[in-house]
Design a protein around this ligand. Structure first.
Ligand SMILES: [Zn+2]
Length: 375
């Protein structure tokens, strides 16, 4: 294992931050590369413990010669967010200096790639893949960030942009295991979902606001669509956001199970030799559903939140999933699902302000457009 230290620019005199990437196996041209990234939202702790369990397994797998190519583990992706707190609460989702989400604002590479690729592509898909990856690296190197947060984003995107598989580990407030995956990679998303016992895989080709996972995969199908008639272009990267249940779901038992599930998927994708890790059998059905079909349940007024449905429950359109109770008047206002689907996530607190998103129901029919992710 090779440990690389990445220094971040000092935000103020006397302050210095750095993050680490751990490289298992060897980076060899033509060999696969995978990257696993833990807690880009620094207050989503389950992924950090999964990373701790993964590093022990990866060391063993490396020692036993089971790693094909390179597997990169970023054990704590966001040391900047890890150091932020406000009035006693950790704030790891947003840069407190700008209010910008650490998982938004990555570079959408397609427009620039379409300018620089003509003349560099040929008739061989494998060679085209290498050319595109090199062009991506050149474009990201030309990005000159000013803030520490953008420096971190550029470095993480650079590290992932030439990988075949990218697993970005997050969590929700309180939730079942679920994934966000690219629509063109629906089968791989379900395969990973089965390894992790995920209840739903939410598919989209463009979620909006440039999250990290799409920044390393989206250009492949967009280039294939734009240039595929003249040049063969494969989908070069499967990337996904893994939502490791809820914020409080932190235990060695869960982390070990999740680490083994991720490794089973990496083995199925060819990053580990066959037989390196045991197959993990799913215990629940995993449905692939459109992200445009998720109903973000919104509080119509402020008050006490009482959920009337359990996570994992199937609900009907019009069914009351929660109620908001005004403690001054005692009046209860229902929050109904707009779709038939699975109630798979909800907020961790039981107090809501008007307009706040308090839960999510995954339906099979796409009905939303525009920006599909929460803030
Ligand atoms: Zn997150």
């Amino acid at each position: 294992m090779i440990e690389q230290r990445h220094d971040l620019p000092s935000a103020a005199p006397g302050l210095q931050a750095h993050w680490l990437s751990l490289h298992y196996g060897a980076s060899v041209s033509g060999q696969p590369k995978a990257m696993v990234q833990c807690a880009l939202h620094a207050d989503e702790i389950p992924g950090l413990l999964v990373g701790v369990h993964l590093r022990a397994h990866l060391l063993r797998l490396e020692r036993d010669g089971c790693i094909r190519g390179e597997i990169v583990l970023v054990p704590a992706a966001n040391v900047l967010g890890g150091a932020q707190a406000l009035l006693g609460s950790q704030i790891g989702r947003f840069d407190l200096g700008t209010g910008i989400n650490y998982n938004r604002g990555y570079r959408h590479l397609t427009p620039e790639l379409l300018k620089v690729l003509p003349g560099r592509l040929g008739g061989d898909a494998t060679k085209n893949r290498a050319v595109i990856r090199q062009a991506c690296r050149e474009l990201l190197e030309a990005w000159v960030p000013t803030s520490a947060a953008d420096t971190l984003k550029r470095a993480l995107q650079c590290l992932a942009v030439d990988a075949d598989t990218v697993l970005d580990l997050h969590c929700d407030g309180q939730a079942l295991m679920h994934l966000y995956a690219p629509t063109p990679w629906a089968d791989a998303g379900v395969q990973l979902g089965r390894c992790l016992d995920a209840r739903v895989v939410l598919l989209a080709t463009e979620s909006g606001d440039e999250p990290f996972d799409e920044s390393v995969s989206r250009h492949w199908w967009e280039l294939s669509h734009a240039l595929g008639a003249e040049h063969p272009i494969d989908l070069g990267c499967f990337s996904t956001t893994v939502e490791l249940r809820g914020e409080a779901d932190v235990s060695h038992e869960l982390a070990e199970r999740d680490a083994l599930g991720l490794l089973a998927f990496l083995q199925a994708r060819g990053h580990l030799a066959p037989g390196s890790v045991e197959r993990v059998e799913p215990t629940v059905a995993c449905d692939a559903l459109p992200l445009e079909g998720v109903d973000p349940l919104t509080a119509p007024c402020g008050g006490v939140v009482v959920f009337g449905c359990a996570l994992g429950q199937s609900v009907q359109a019009g069914q009351r999933v929660a109620e908001i109770i005004d403690p001054l008047t005692g009046v209860s206002t229902p929050v109904n699902s707009r779709v038939d689907g699975v109630f798979f996530a909800h907020s961790k607190t039981r107090w809501a302000l008007r307009g706040e998103r308090i839960g999510k129901v995954a339906g099979a029919k796409a009905f939303r457009t525009g920006k599909l992710l929460s803030l």
